[in-house]
Design a protein. Structure first.
Length: 340
């Protein structure tokens, strides 16, 4: 026996609805609730399967979003992706996630792959600060949304926290608790967020009238290993250092490991403020003070911006639509680890 695949006409016949209504449903348009129920019941009864390839060729839309991030095991990235996917999935979009291992060549290859896959939009936490890896995709009139970082001179949306104020508030808290020799473990010099956090570190010192020693600054690479190396180096250089501010989650973990291996107690001998992941902060004993970023809100905002472009027809940035920068809130959550 030969079975024929169901068609939209079969669904129209089963439901008594017009093809225009059926088509609107499949393309994410507005359909009355009672009609939506009829269509979905018919889809299930007829075992109807959407030919996504054919629909993509016809509509020039694949209902997929490409995501390119530096490290898949980065907690900050994964939490943002979760918040973003929840919204996109509810609008019928799937995501293709690429981990570029913090490598510019792999990042370019990932974007080229997603371009060939004809994704409708790309979300990127960029490693290449020139933005050249995104040029071809943007030239096709498709939206790009950056997370956590900005690219100078590139016209696209970006969603990030107020990194300068977050760092300022963290260092200010340490200064108010009597610390005068505060180390910082920051990200690479060429990363936008790392530069913003360094500005906050300097600003807090300047307001207090305390000069910053270069020996108290360490630029890591956002890995656990660099966090551990940072603490070893900072402690070796600065015998009078009593506190340290670590500016990302993985390096915070590494810093705690480094202090433990050096036999330095927190906060008895060293006060620590870390970045991201409240669960890790609470798991430490004593509990760490942490700068918390609203990752779920960032993810939802990224999805909202993408959907505005894709569903409102704003698929290209024009001279009238210059960069939209969404600054999200942040908070310093005080669990412990500070001299009182």
């Amino acid at each position: 026996m030969i079975f024929t695949a169901a068609t939209m006409k079969d669904i129209a016949k089963r439901t008594g609805l017009g093809l225009a209504t059926i088509s609107s449903y499949f393309n994410g348009g507005n359909v009355r609730e009672k009609n939506r129920i009829k269509i979905e019941e018919a889809i299930e009864e007829l075992h109807y399967e959407v030919n996504e390839v054919a629909r993509g060729l016809k509509t020039n839309a694949t209902k997929t979003i490409g995501v390119v991030i530096p490290e898949l095991n980065n907690v900050f990235c994964s939490e943002i992706i979760t918040g973003m996917e929840d919204i996109l999935r509810s609008h019928g979009y799937a995501t293709i996630i690429c981990d570029c291992r913090t490598d510019r060549t792999l990042e370019k290859e990932a974007v080229d792959f997603l371009t060939r896959k004809r994704v409708d939009g790309i979300v990127n936490m960029p490693v290449d600060i020139t933005g050249s890896h995104l040029t071809e995709f943007q030239d096709k009139g498709r939206p790009v949304v950056l997370i956590d970082r900005k690219i100078q001179g590139m016209e696209c949306d970006s969603v990030l926290v107020d990194n300068q104020k977050a760092a300022h508030d963290a260092v200010e808290l340490l200064l108010k608790n009597g610390h005068r020799n505060i180390g910082i473990v920051c990200g690479p010099r060429d990363v936008f967020t790392a530069r913003e956090r360094m500005k906050g570190y300097y600003a807090a010192h300047e307001e207090t009238g305390i000069a910053v020693r270069e020996s108290l600054i360490y630029h890591g690479d956002y890995t656990i290993q660099s966090g551990a190396r940072a603490l070893e180096t900072l402690v070796d250089r600065n015998k009078d250092m009593t506190a340290v501010f670590v500016t990302n989650y993985e390096m915070t973990m590494g810093a705690v490991i480094g202090l433990n291996e050096l036999g330095i107690s927190i906060p008895g001998q060293m006060s620590v403020i870390g970045f991201d992941n409240l669960q890790f902060a609470r798991a430490c004993s004593p509990k760490l003070t942490i700068v918390s970023q609203p990752t779920q809100e960032i993810g939802r905002e990224v999805a909202r911006i993408l959907l505005k472009h894709l569903e409102d027809g704003e698929t290209a940035i024009t001279t009238e639509k210059l960069q939209t920068e969404m600054i999200m809130g942040r908070s310093v959550v005080k669990y412990g680890g500070i001299y009182e």
